[in-house]
Design a protein around this ligand. Structure first.
Ligand code: ARG
Length: 566
């Protein structure tokens, strides 16, 4: 049962001037449950009815007839607040969760529509640094949530596996590297070489020429260059898959990087030329976008080499043909917003209406106190190092708080990694993420460990009681304010995940989980769950069970593990 719809129906009985859908949309959820379960603001109606909003609110309240579901309406200024039958709400929500379990909130709303999510996409041979955390974590959460909602969701890692950095890396390897060290050191060794290249090139500019020559050899398909390029790729990808992504619980449906489109690029420039969109500018081929207040989109360099936008355009054509998508999300840092706006426009100018299905999902940066991150200098912070740090700090906290815990290492891994992930999902994605260890690892604040800890607490109560859900529950036990708040937070879950898909903002879900935890901890601290009264005990345990179920599901959708002990 959708209680909002019930409230909208009640309002429709009284208000005839505007339609049901409009009423439904105007209904809000009050910030505090003391103000009711739903609120209806009368400001908009004031314009239609030419009466002060507070007068209208008063009239709605006098016209309101209580029913089984909506028990009471009360006016507060320009608002009408509605109070639901708490017992009925408890029964409905709990039954739904018990019935649906892991499927809770699955709406089928996606209807099998195909959504491609292009995310993470690190640049091989450059380090996988913390700058890639937001896209990796937010992209993954979006992937899980779209999937849960019934979309045919496909994840693509558009690896930066082609380009000038390889010429530099090959040069560095030839000068200062050896096979054994690369095999053993992996990505860290590649990064060391890459950084060394920049240090040395500052002193000896001819190294840049050598790097360019290697790039040309790669482009010409020369054996040695291609073999080295492939080797660097294999090493990097192996490490991402078996280390970084594995720790984060991520696997991609496709790892089709930029090099995959090497043979699909000339078709793009040919078509652009045919359609009269290509112009020459200082030897380079560009699409002029001045009519749209944007700098030109670069298609071909003066030496004929392709560029980042060319590869994205070729990839978009390939994806359109291969998947016939309904939507593609490009999850990247917001400093790429112009890049996406430009080439989306180019596709539109080529006459393809599916350009409107391409969506850039821009993200803020991640800030350490050290300032902005750079891959060229030596002061990069590697993603793996951040995860390692988080895990070892968590290990320390466990040692302090719960030294007898079994599987300490495994739990420290889940909690440490989860803490970093959650920290990137808690604020609106466009906001820069500031990283403070204290907040990330807090067990009490609005953090990953707090949610995981609440979940583990629920698990331990259930275990202690050896509880399994029963068919009959006395829901009246759960109708006072404190458990009602928990139920309210649980009932918001399906709407929250829907909202994530509408806004591409996973923080809507993470905040919803925090609300569940806060109300649950209040409940747990003020009402004894394991009482002797069988009736009360069963009802309260049922609620604990629902909290555990929804928290585990929510964490899973965010890409975070939920250990049963902590
Ligand atoms: N490799 C790029 C980077 O690290 C991100 C790629 C994003 N996806 C895309 N289709 N352009 O900045």
């Amino acid at each position: 049962m959708d209680f909002r719809v019930k409230v909208a129906e009640k309002l429709r009985e009284i208000i005839t001037e505007i339609g049901f859908d409009e009423i439904n949309q105007m209904i809000e959820i009050p910030p505090d449950s003391l103000l009711g379960d739903f609120a209806f603001p009368c400001f908009k109606l004031a314009k239609v009815l030419r009466k002060p909003p507070a007068v209208i609110a008063g009239e709605i309240v006098s016209g309101f007839a209580p029913c089984e579901t909506v028990e009471r309406a009360a006016q507060v200024g320009a608002y009408v607040n509605f109070f639901l039958n708490r017992e009925l709400v408890a029964k409905t929500v709990i039954r739904e969760i018990l019935e649906q379990q892991e499927e809770y909130g699955k709406s089928g709303i996606g209807g099998g529509a195909t959504v491609l999510i292009d995310y993470s996409s690190p640049n091989i041979a450059k380090p996988f640094h913390v700058g890639h955390i937001p896209t990796t974590v937010i992209g993954h959460a979006l992937y899980n949530i779209y999937k849960h909602l019934g979309y045919n969701t496909i994840s693509i890692n558009h690896l930066g596996d082609w380009g000038t950095q390889f010429g530099k890396l090959i040069t560095a390897y030839k000068n200062w590297g050896n096979e054994e060290e690369v095999e053993q050191g992996g990505v860290a060794e590649l990064m060391r070489l890459y950084i060394r290249f920049h240090d040395e090139a500052d002193k000896d500019a001819s190294l840049n020429d050598t790097a360019r020559e290697w790039l040309v050899k790669m482009q010409n398909g020369e054996e040695e260059a291609i073999a080295l390029w492939k080797w660097f790729n294999d090493i990097s990808l192996y490490e991402y898959k078996n280390n970084t992504y594995k720790r984060l619980g991520i696997d991609f449906d496709y790892y089709t990087g930029e090099s995959f489109y090497n043979d699909k690029m000339s078709a793009v420039s040919d078509e652009l030329r045919e359609k009269g969109l290509l112009t020459l500018s200082e030897g380079a081929s560009i699409v002029d976008l001045s009519a749209y207040n944007m700098p030109p989109c670069l298609i071909l360099r003066s030496d004929g080499g392709t560029l980042y936008p060319t590869r994205d355009i070729a990839a978009a054509f390939y994806r359109q043909k291969t998947y016939n998508f309904d939507k593609v999300l490009y999850v990247t840092c917001m400093d790429q917003s112009l890049h996406f706006a430009q080439w989306f426009k180019v596709i539109e100018l080529m006459g393809y209406d599916w350009a409107s299905k391409l969506v850039h999902v821009p993200l803020g940066l991640i800030n350490f106190s050290e300032g902005k991150l750079s891959t060229r200098k030596g002061n990069v912070i590697l993603l793996d190092d951040v995860l390692n740090d988080a895990v070892s700090k968590t290990r320390g906290i466990i040692e302090e708080k719960n030294p007898n815990l079994a599987d300490k290492d495994e739990i420290a891994e889940s909690v440490g990694v989860g803490a970093v992930v959650f920290n990137n999902l808690y604020n609106s994605r466009i906001k820069d993420v500031s990283f403070s260890w204290e907040r990330v690892l807090s067990f009490e604040g609005e953090s990953g460990p707090y949610v995981q800890y609440t979940h583990a607490r629920a698990c331990s109560i259930l275990k202690k009681a050896d509880f399994t859900p029963k068919d009959s529950v006395d829901y009246s036990v759960l109708s006072d304010e404190i458990p009602s708040d928990v139920i309210r937070a649980l009932s918001a879950f399906p709407r929250k995940i829907l909202e994530v898909s509408e806004t591409n903002e996973p923080c809507v879900l993470s905040r919803g989980l925090i609300e569940i935890c806060q109300s649950f901890n209040k409940f747990y601290n003020s009402q004894t769950v394991l009482t002797d009264d069988e009736n009360i005990r069963n009802a309260r345990l049922t609620l604990v069970y629902c909290v555990k179920t929804v928290l585990a599901l929510g964490l899973k959708l965010l890409g975070i593990k939920s250990p049963e002990n902590m």
